[in-house]
Design a protein around this ligand. Sequence first.
Ligand code: ZN
Length: 164
Amino acid sequence: MPPTTIQNGVVVSLEYTLTLDDGEVVDEATADDPLEYLHGADNIIPGLEKALTGLKIGDRKQVVIQPEEGYGEYDPEDMEEVERSLFPDDLELEEGMMLTMSDENDNLFDAVVVDYDDEIVTLDFNHPLAGETLHFTVRVLALRDATEEEKLHGHPHNADADHV
Ligand code: ZN
């Protein structure tokens, strides 16, 4: 029997639209290209996971999520000044451009360039949606039980997805 409600260990397919307070649409997934995630495995932000628990296929829901249950509060301290010489010479910097940085342990972090000159580049490591109240409109498209391997990995496996 396939699962009928969203609970831990279920792979959920969702259609959703994410808008901010001012109505700007910042993200969406359509029925043709839905979001698939493993419920209970921290694949999505905590506020959304909580709001989806118990929904059934076909259910629609509107959810408002505060920053602390979303991408966190904006932290003005989460900035770093990096020497321009650490970047490739041919990299054309631009304010607002997104870079992926790695630390000495090869952990990857997204950062936004907020300022730069010939010597110093100032990077903002906050999530682009930090501090935002998130307005989700969701519709549940499909549910299935996760395989043992998916549960072990903590994420769904799609037939067409590259997998490491
Ligand atoms: Zn995997």
